[in-house]
Write a protein that binds this ligand. Structure first.
Ligand code: 13P
Ligand code: SF4
Length: 375
């Protein structure tokens, strides 16, 4: 009897093994995903970031930028949230979830190279150096959503907060209302673009290099700085260059250039508009027929907008000539999604993302502050 039960359990385990799914072509997953979704009903909610590939995002209950998806994660009552995005987004959902909810990430390799550029040990060392220099008394730590939960907690515990690309300016204002200086982690470009737009000159910003002693900065430069930017970047957005904007201006002068704020300052300065993924879509959606846009962001979103807006008489192209792919986001495949869903039906929660309880408290404080800051 016991043996039969073990064999049955093994059979379920075996049919739900990831290798069985990865051996199948993409399109064979569609019917299975749809059937599993139907069976799970309101027990499961699928959250999809705009950079997901079409074969995955079409199954999402909600699509959005990081801000919108974390807001939804904090409000849904579904028992399971499957996050079709990257690791820091799923961690955030877990921090904001109710105690009985569980969050999964279909492929644990879906990380973010920018988030990996700031490790908690490095951030603690940086803070210690700044403390020794007597600079932490009026310093507010502010981290971009694209960071590990431990870094969010670090900021929450020290009177700081989290921001996304859609409310970074509001978060800077929040911080400056409580301190005189900001330590911004981990994306130097978003930090620089936001501070500059608020009228802070580049001469009052410094870049902290975690691989150099004292960040590679002389004490007087640190003392004079209003914003200390962590030396991190997004390898996808950093590939857009000012020359790409110049080429569009030359070859298609009627086109508007709109870029994500993770792009370099030099690119943002030349653009007509800057915005989060959600805002980019919104601007194009509201533009009249006949408008055209060169967009500086991840290629799946650009291609999807090109397809969606072409019948409405709007042209959308990528700002560069090749298109930049977020390879980690791309790791979430229809096979991984089907595997996650069918395992839930079999009673297995695979790839659960669970933030440690001690980190959760302060990370939630920092995220709750973020959710109160308008874009
Ligand atoms: P958004 O919040 O604008 O969607 O950006 C998230 C991200 O990772 C961009 O690289
Ligand atoms: Fe991270 Fe860049 Fe991918 Fe966004 S696009 S998830 S910042 S690597």
């Amino acid at each position: 009897m016991e043996e039969a039960a073990t064999i049955a359990a093994d059979a379920v385990q075996d049919s739900c093994s990831l290798d069985n799914y990865l051996a199948q072509p993409d399109h064979t997953m569609d019917a299975r995903i749809a059937a599993a979704r139907e069976k799970l009903g309101t027990d499961v909610v699928l959250l999809g970031h705009h950079y997901q590939r079409d074969e995955v995002i079409r199954f999402a209950d909600y699509t959005g930028d990081s801000y919108k998806l974390s807001k939804i994660a904090s409000q849904t009552d579904a028992k399971y949230m499957i996050f079709c995005g990257v690791h820091f987004m799923a961690e955030t959902a877990d921090v904001l979830a109710k105690p009985w909810q569980q969050v999964t990430l279909p492929d644990l390799n879906a990380g973010c190279s920018m988030a990996d550029m700031a490790e908690i040990g490095q951030v603690e060392n940086c803070w210690d150096s700044l403390e020794r220099a007597g600079l932490t008394g009026n310093l507010i730590p502010l981290t971009y959503m694209n960071s590990a939960a431990a870094i969010k907690a670090f900021c929450g515990e020290r009177g700081g907060l989290v921001c996304t690309s859609s409310n970074a300016r509001g978060a800077f204002e929040w911080a400056f209302a409580r301190g005189e200086k900001i330590l911004f982690l981990p994306d130097q470009h978003l930090g620089r673009n936001t501070a500059f737009a608020m009228g802070i000159p580049l001469s009052e910003m410094v870049v902290w290099d975690p691989y150099q002693i004292n960040g590679g900065l002389a004490p007087d430069r640190l003392k004079a700085a209003k914003v200390i930017l962590w030396k991190g970047h997004c390898s996808v957005h950093q590939r857009f260059l000012p020359e790409h904007v110049d080429r569009i201006r030359r070859e298609k002068p009627e086109m508007q250039v709109i870029v994500h704020p993770e792009c370099r300052w030099e690119v943002c300065q030349k653009a007509d508009a800057i915005g989060s993924t959600e805002r980019i879509i919104d601007v194009i959606e509201k533009a009249p027929a006949g408008s055209s846009f060169a967009v500086g962001t991840e290629i799946h979103l650009v291609n999807r907008m090109a397809k969606r807006f072409a019948p409405l008489g709007k042209e959308v192209i990528t700002l560069d000539d090749a298109g930049c792919l977020c390879t980690t986001m791309y790791r979430i495949s229809p096979q991984h999604l089907a595997w996650s869903l069918e395992n839930l039906i079999a009673g297995n929660v695979v790839n659960r993302i669970k933030v440690d309880e001690d980190v959760k408290h302060w990370a939630k404080v920092a995220l709750d502050r973020m959710l109160e800051v308008k874009g």
